[in-house]
Design a protein around this ligand. Structure first.
Ligand SMILES: Nc1nc2c(ncn2[C@@H]2O[C@H](COP(=O)(O)OP(=O)(O)OP(=O)(O)O)[C@@H](O)[C@H]2O)c(=O)[nH]1
Length: 384
C-alpha cells in the first residue's frame, strides 16, 4: 500500500481510539460535557478521513459530499468541545461558531475542487483555532501552569505551521485533496497529524483536569484528617441515600450522632496532637464496624455521625457497642497506656425520613441526654 493512504488509515484508527477515550471519559463522569462533544468530533473526523480514503478506490460524488460534511461537522464539534473545556465566554463561542461555518461553507461555495482555495480557508480556520486555544490556555487559571504552557506551545506552533505549510502546498500545485493523496504528497498529513496531536493534547489536558476536579470534589466532601465524609459530604450523600432508600416499619433508616467524651481534657493534658491521634482512632473504629452501605462522617471537631439504611434501633445499638469495644481495645499514641477514648451517642430511627435536619436534631437531643447520663452511653429517641 502507498505511504500516504497507509498513514491516513493509521490516522483514522488513532482518531477512533481518541474518540473512544473521550467517550469513556464522558461515560464515567457525565459532568464533563466537553468530552462528549470531543468524542463526537473526533469520531466524525475519523469517518471523514475514512471516506476520503475510500474515494481513492471508489469515485462517488455522494461519498465526497459525506466525507466533506463529516470533516466540517467534526471541526465544529472539536472547536466547541475545546472551547467549552477551557471555559470561554459565550460571546466568543458564538463568534467562533459563526467562524466555524466557514468550513462547511467553503464546500458549497468553492465548487471548483481547487486545493489552494480550500487550503487557505481550512488553514486559516484550523490555524486560528489552534492559536486561539494556545492563547486561552495560557490565560486560563494558573493550576498546572507549566503543562498548560507546553500544550499551548504545541498548539501555537502547529497553528502557525499548518497555516504556512498549507499555503505553501496550495501555491505550489493546484490539485484536489484526493489528487494530493493519490500523488502520495506527505504534506497532506499536515491536515491530519497536527489535529491528532491536538486531540491527544486535549485528551491529556482533560484527563489532568478531571483528576484535579475529582480531587477537589473529594476534598470538598471529605474530612482531610480522618478521610470520613465532612458535614457537607454527609448531607449530600445522606440526602441522596434517603431519596433512593426503600424504608418501611421493619427496616427504618437510623442516624447515630456520636461525640468524643471529655476531649478538651485530653487536649489540655496531652496536647492537641494526641487529640488528633484519638480522632483517627475513632474514625478507624467507625470504619471497621459500620457496613459499607452506611454513611460515616466527622461533622465537626470531635463530633461524628453515621446514617444507617435498613437499620433499627437495636441494630444501631449493636453498631455503637462494636465501636466502643474497638475503642476500649485501642490505646492512643502519646496518651497514657491505660487511657481509652469513649463516645456518647444518640440514635433516631424512622420508617420514612423526609427531613434530614429534623432527624439530626432529634439524634443530637439524645446525644445530649447521653452526656447528662454520665457519658460513654447510648440513648435512643422515643417519639411516643
Ligand atoms: N485535637 C483536636 N481537638 C479538637 C479538634 N476539634 C475540636 N477539638 C477540641 O475538642 C474539644 C471539645 O470540647 P468540649 O466541646 O468542651 O467537649 P468535651 O471536652 O469533649 O466534653 P463533653 O463533650 O461534655 O464530653 C475542644 O477542646 C476543642 O478544641 C481537632 O480537630 N483536634
Amino acid at each position: 500500500m502507498e505511504l500516504v493512504p497507509t498513514l491516513l488509515f493509521m490516522t483514522v484508527w488513532m482518531y477512533c481510539v481518541v474518540a473512544t477515550g473521550f467517550a469513556i471519559l464522558w461515560y464515567q463522569d457525565r459532568r464533563i460535557q466537553p468530552a462528549l462533544l470531543l468524542a463526537i468530533g473526533f469520531g466524525l473526523t475519523a469517518l471523514g478521513i475514512a471516506l476520503i480514503l475510500l474515494r481513492i478506490f471508489v469515485v462517488n460524488d455522494l461519498l465526497r459530499l459525506a466525507g466533506n460534511f463529516a470533516i466540517a461537522a467534526s471541526v465544529v464539534c472539536v472547536a466547541h468541545g475545546t472551547l467549552q473545556l477551557i471555559k470561554t465566554r459565550t460571546s466568543i463561542k458564538i463568534w467562533l461558531l459563526l467562524l466555524s461555518l466557514m468550513f462547511p461553507i467553503q464546500y458549497l461555495v468553492i465548487s471548483d475542487n481547487n486545493f489552494f482555495h480550500r487550503a487557505v480557508v481550512t488553514g486559516v480556520f484550523i490555524g486560528f483555532i489552534y492559536l486561539f486555544t494556545a492563547f486561552k490556555l495560557i490565560k486560563s487559571t494558573p493550576d498546572n501552569y507549566v503543562i498548560k504552557c507546553l500544550i499551548a506551545a504545541v498548539f501555537g506552533l502547529l497553528g502557525a505551521l499548518i497555516l504556512l505549510r498549507l499555503l505553501n502546498i496550495g501555491l505550489s500545485e493546484e490539485m484536489s485533496f484526493v489528487e494530493h493523496v493519490e500523488a502520495g504528497n506527505p504534506f497532506i498529513l499536515l491536515f491530519v497529524l497536527p489535529s491528532l496531536i491536538l486531540a491527544n493534547g486535549i485528551f491529556l489536558f482533560l484527563l489532568i483536569t478531571t483528576n484535579l476536579v475529582k480531587e477537589k470534589d473529594y476534598l470538598a466532601m471529605h474530612d482531610f484528617h480522618t478521610n470520613l465524609y465532612n458535614r457537607r459530604g454527609f448531607t449530600k450523600a445522606a440526602q441522596s441515600l434517603i431519596a433512593h432508600a426503600k424504608s418501611d416499619e421493619s427496616s427504618p433508616i437510623s442516624i447515630i450522632a456520636l461525640d468524643a467524651d471529655l476531649f478538651k481534657q485530653l487536649n489540655d493534658q496531652c496536647g492537641h496532637q494526641v487529640g488528633d491521634n484519638a480522632l483517627i482512632v475513632i474514625a478507624d473504629a467507625i470504619r471497621s464496624c459500620a457496613s459499607e452501605h452506611f454513611i460515616c462522617a466527622r461533622i465537626g471537631g470531635e463530633e461524628f455521625a453515621i446514617l444507617c439504611p435498613s437499620t433499627n434501633v437495636e441494630q444501631a445499638a449493636e453498631l455503637y457497642r462494636c465501636i466502643s469495644q474497638h475503642l476500649a481495645a485501642t490505646p492512643i499514641d502519646g496518651a497514657q497506656d491505660n487511657y481509652r477514648v469513649s463516645l456518647s451517642a444518640g440514635v433516631v430511627a424512622h420508617a420514612k425520613v423526609t427531613h434530614l435536619d429534623q432527624l439530626f436534631h432529634d439524634a443530637d437531643k439524645c446525644l445530649y441526654q447521653a452526656k447528662e447520663q454520665g457519658r460513654g452511653c447510648f440513648v435512643a429517641f422515643n417519639s411516643h
